[in-house]
Ligand binder design. Structure first.
Ligand code: RFL
Ligand code: PHB
Length: 396
């Protein structure tokens, strides 16, 4: 098989890049190691920056997002037992002249919409492609080998986009040339999905002495909640009852009283980490999304960074095929990383402010509460949070 761009991974980064290249008439193939059903069963991100939603619109696949997604003009910060609203729309309007919001629309739904569009457009995705190996990326003719249904295959291409997430093969392929920056946090998030109405119309980020909690949602009847937990914890140690009791204990009185509980549909623990690999280009191999960087979920930035990387990468590839020049591709890494590092900083800051850290004690708690107090009473401070939360502007 032969194509112009081989994309490894059919998460949001790979699927979106495929859609953008297709719209520009560039031929590509996606290789995914898992089955389609497995990819669709992963429960992950929930918040789309306005710019990410606009990308789906540009591709002509935003209809279901507008029909079913929930536009949020604000978020709530809860500390010392009280909730304070951050008016995302009003603050960004005051800061930049254009009010912005975010959209609560699950990553699973974005993935589904992109997969359905691929099928309608007749594009090729090879699912259950095992032992993907990339060679020739440092020359002019890369080749990808993989196994499918017990048979060995080769995909010849001109460029490779490594969109295969944190545990993928792409970054591994260039491991000896990469510089990495990492911070591992001493706690995880225990997440629960339940068929219950959300406790609040807006997301609640709660700082509490017992640890962080987040109340999010997927629809008016489906909630997504998280509590900070120990890295040693196992999901089996958390009965539904224990989870609900713990969540309730970390919320303000009104939220605790109105919280509707029910059986969990999904329960999982995720560790928290900040990680950046530099650069993002190695000859004809490009890294994008979680393959290149990880942020803790506190700022809701991971999926949105995957979107901004492939926005830059697709534009550079389109330029290359239009002009034959590689200068835009040369600029991809530095351009994408500028936005990545700002989101890494924001996610680290939100994480530092909201979680209980084992080594900072009561002093750390007081500093966090003081920062939250400042944020919720200073318009310039709140503006900075709002501007970052809705998503910083793209460079072009
Ligand atoms: P993905 O989604 O991991 O997709 C990578 C794909 O590559 C495949 N793959 C391979 N394919 C072929 N050969 C190989 N050797 C391969 N190895 C792997 C995988 O099967 C997979 O299909 O990466 P991508 O596309 O870069 O997308 C990144 C996002 O998934 C991620 O950043 C977000 O989910 C992070 N995240 C959040 N992001 C947000 O923007 N807003 C949020 O509210 C948000 N909440 C979250 C999150 C992540 C969480 N977890 C579970 C880590 C909440 C949580 C709890
Ligand atoms: C989610 O709904 O899964 C979610 C929302 C906001 C975050 C992280 C996750 O910051």
């Amino acid at each position: 098989m032969k194509t112009q761009v081989a994309i490894v991974g059919s998460g949001p980064a790979g699927l979106l890049l495929g859609a953008l290249l297709h719209k520009a008439g560039i031929d590509h193939v996606i290789l995914e190691q898992r089955s389609k059903d497995y990819v669709l069963s992963r429960i992950r991100a929930g918040v789309l920056e306005q710019g990410s939603g606009e990308m789906l619109d540009e591709l002509g696949i935003g209809a279901r997002m507008h029909a079913e997604g929930l536009v949020h003009d604000g978020i709530e910060l809860c500390f010392r037992g009280r909730r304070h609203r951050i008016d995302l729309h009003g603050l960004t309007a005051a800061a930049t002249g254009t009010g912005k919001s975010v959209m609560v629309y699950g990553q699973t739904e974005v993935t589904k919409d992109l997969m359905e569009a691929r099928e309608a457009w007749g594009l090729t995705t090879v699912y259950e492609a095992e032992d993907v190996a990339i060679s020739g990326w440092d020359a002019t003719a890369p080749t990808i080998s993989y196994r499918k249904d017990g048979r060995q295959h080769q995909l010849a291409c001109e460029y490779v986009a490594g969109c295969d997430g944190f545990h993928g093969v792409s970054r591994e392929t260039v491991a000896d040339r990469i510089r990495t920056y990492e911070r591992v946090y001493p706690f995880g998030w225990l997440g629960v999905l339940s068929e219950t109405p959300p406790v609040s119309h807006e997301l609640i980020y709660a700082n509490h002495e017992r640890g962080f909690a987040l109340c999010s949602m997927r629809s008016p009847t489906r909630s997504r909640y998280y509590v900070q937990c120990s890295l040693e914890d196992k999901v089996e140690q958390w009965s539904d009852q224990r989870f609900w009791d713990e969540l309730r204990s970390r919320l303000d009185e009104k939220a605790a009283d109105t919280l509707v509980t029910g059986a969990s549909i999904e329960k999982s623990i995720a560790p928290l980490r900040s990680f950046v690999a530099e650069p993002l280009r190695f000859g004809r191999l490009f890294l994008a999304g979680d393959a290149a960087h990880i942020v803790p979920p506190t700022g809701a930035k991971g999926l949105n960074l995957a979107v901004s990387d492939v926005r830059y990468l697709s534009r550079a590839l389109i330029e290359r095929y239009r002009t034959g020049e590689e200068s835009a591709l040369d600029g991809y890494s530095a351009r994408a990383l500028r936005r990545v590092w700002k989101a890494v900083r924001f996610s680290w800051w939100m994480t530092s402010m909201m979680h209980r850290f084992p080594d900072t004690g009561e002093f750390g708690q007081k500093i966090q509460e003081s920062e939250l107090d400042y944020l919720t009473h200073s318009t310039p401070a709140a503006m900075s949070l709002a501007e970052n939360y809705v998503g910083l502007p793209f460079e072009d």
